[in-house]
Write a protein that binds this ligand. Structure first.
Ligand code: A3P
Length: 303
């Protein structure tokens, strides 16, 4: 990583001293938090841990770039007014007072480790939806995203060195394996918590069916027309169109160096094939096999 200076340059988008080829992050107590995280990591984590849970809260958890915003929109449409969300709540970075005061039912997304989440969550009052995606598409989406973040300001290439950082958790939000394996265990260790695992590839295969699954989990009875409407609005094309016309205020110039719409990139399964070399793929598969040997999870890498 380049120098540690925290000043921004004249464009206000890139920090001095960052050589651009390392991914900037904030390691704290064995976990790599993103560079966008507050400097008061301990204080923010304490606020999160002690946060008051409400009975109708829905937590959306994931490793970044797994389709978190996709499932967020679906849940929002089901619980609110069938329209796109204009203010997402990201527990990791948002001011805790904003989340505490958000209108109910609150939808709160997060990528932080399970043992850092509000302790009241294990009481089983709020619902938890865990979003998963095959890690090869996650890493490509991740690479494209970190290049667009103003503070992280990563200018490196997509090569095996980058893949290796991802495979061994030397990236913001740490290891994909650590995240998915801990969430795989979560329902056993937290049997009281209403818990639903969603999967990106399943949603791409049959979105209507997956929207219905979410609605049943949330206890919503919706008719076929409403199901069709939500399915249509939550397609990649429709969502991307809406978000381009109504950019998210979170992605202003201090957050993004590539315009205000940086989430909805390609929305496909199998884009990794355009990025991985044959050798990358073989090495990735080998490490994947080792690290997932005890897991019952399986992912589709193409449809
Ligand atoms: P790509 O970069 O592969 O396009 P997250 O919300 O966890 O940051 O995930 C972002 C990824 O989910 C991006 O993947 C984005 O395009 C994809 N995504 C968001 N909404 C989607 C939708 N309606 N359909 C398909 N993919 C979607």
């Amino acid at each position: 990583m380049g120098g540690a200076a925290d000043e921004t340059d004249q464009s206000g988008t890139k920090e001095k001293g960052n050589d651009g080829y390392e991914i900037r992050m904030k390691p704290y107590e064995g976990f790599n938090y993103p560079y966008e995280f507050t400097d008061d990591i301990a204080g923010h984590l304490r606020n999160i841990r002690d946060m008051e849970i409400k009975d109708d809260d829905v937590f959306i958890t994931s490793y970044p770039k797994s389709g978190t915003h996709w499932i967020y929109e679906i849940v929002y449409m089901l619980l609110h007014d069938r329209s796109y969300c204009r203010q997402h709540h990201l527990l990791d970075i948002d001011n805790i007072d904003d989340i505490n005061n958000a209108p109910s039912p609150r939808i709160i997304m997060t990528h932080i480790p399970i043992d850092r989440l509000p302790w009241q969550l294990s009481q089983g009052r709020a619902k938890v939806i865990y979003m998963t995606r095959n890690p090869k598409d996650v890493i490509v989406s991740y690479f494209c995203f970190v290049k667009r973040l103003a503070k992280t300001a990563f200018d490196g290439e997509f090569n095996y060195a980058f893949l290796e950082k991802f495979l061994y958790g030397k990236v913001p939000y740490d290891s994909w394996f650590r995240s998915v394996l801990s969430w795989e265990r979560f329902p056993q260790t937290n049997p009281k918590v209403p818990f639903l695992t969603m999967n990106y590839e399943d949603m791409k295969s049959n979105l209507r069916q997956q929207v219905e699954r979410v609605s049943l989990f949330l206890g919503q009875t919706i008719d076929g027309d409403t199901l069709d409407t939500i399915t249509d609005k939550c397609s990649f094309v429709q969502t991307q169109k809406d978000k381009r016309e109504n950019p998210d205020s979170r992605f202003n110039s201090t957050m993004s160096r590539d315009g205000p719409e940086i989430i909805y990139r390609k929305g496909e399964v199998g884009d990794w094939k355009n990025w991985f070399t044959v050798a990358d793929n073989e090495k990735f598969d080998q490490i994947y096999k080792e690290k997932m040997s005890q897991s019952k999870l399986s992912f589709r890498f193409s449809l």
